[in-house]
Design a protein around this ligand. Sequence first.
Ligand SMILES: [Cu+2]
Length: 389
Amino acid sequence: MSSAPYTSPHPWTAEPEGPSPLFAVASLLLGVLVVALAFVAVFMWFDAHQARDDAGRAADRATSAAAAHASHATSTSASIGALTSYAGAAPSNAEQLALAHKPFPAQLPALQAGQVASYDLVLKDVTLQIAPGVEYSSWAWAGGAPGPVIHVRQGQTVKITLTNKGAIPHSVDFHSARIAPNVYFKDVNPGESFSYSFKANDPGVYMYHCGTKPVLAHIANGMYGAIVVEPKAGVLPRADRNYVLVASEWYLGSNGLESAAAFNMTKAHARQPDWMTFNGYAGQYVTHPLVAKPGETVRFWVVDAGPSIDTDFHIVGTILNRAWVDGGLNSPPIKNVQTVAVPAGGGGVFDVRIDHPGLYPFVSHAFAAVDQGQVGLLKVGNVEGTMSH
Ligand SMILES: [Cu+2]
């Protein structure tokens, strides 16, 4: 005996006891409703989460503002929440102050004789002028920021002694060294000294800086400098003058006119500096130009200390005859170029020969940097006056 094959009365279901069409439609609608409700619930959760975050941020801002107000906006970076720009702040006697300012010596210092070149670096919390009348509470070097220019010959052993006269631990990281950072770039406690050596095998111009966390704050506060590792004698074309420029940014928690400004981490994270400088002081080589005679070859050793913004090195009114990109001197230079990028944490070596007397501005051609102070003049020949560009 066999039963007739089963045939479902409902083509949309294979279930022997399938639901009625009405029940199926109702189920479908219910399903859609459940899914829709789930979406609504998820959106509401997101919305609530967002609102809570917004409220949290607003509360943080309010707390920060109150704290900043209470501390006159100068004590700590964490107390400053806004991105107010203090670019261009200047007292009425800014011009006299700029003239009275003693510029950071840009001339490449002499080499030390012998197999070992020894350098003592002293870290110190000092109040610096970073623009005419603008004071900044830095963590920098005994002589301010940048640190002393170090000049060694390829093959020399560089002996660094770091003494920490600051209030918190610091360290020093040399980009020209090939040594274990955990061993040599270690934190040195206040009041202590630490020495290490490395062999300067790689010619070029390099950054050195404090590498203690948060590195952004330590560099932005002034803990950076340049080391020139000159190739063996006769390798480079002759230069009549050598100038070292260290580009950097300053992030201020106040305008620095009434009292010294402190570092502002919010602006540093946003990469919104108030001032940008060569060798630590806005426009110092506009009022005190670097000099050359017509026809001389001038070599610029440029480091961009950042901490975060590149420098697009350019000299107005001429073309860079030779450019060693990224500061390494093992490769041949590129020739006759207008602008060369120097990355944050990198360097560049630039030769220029100018035949006609005049005032030739050197700039970062990312022009916001010029307005913020990263500009100087190369005065070729005996020409009068000054110019800003
Ligand atoms: Cu430091």
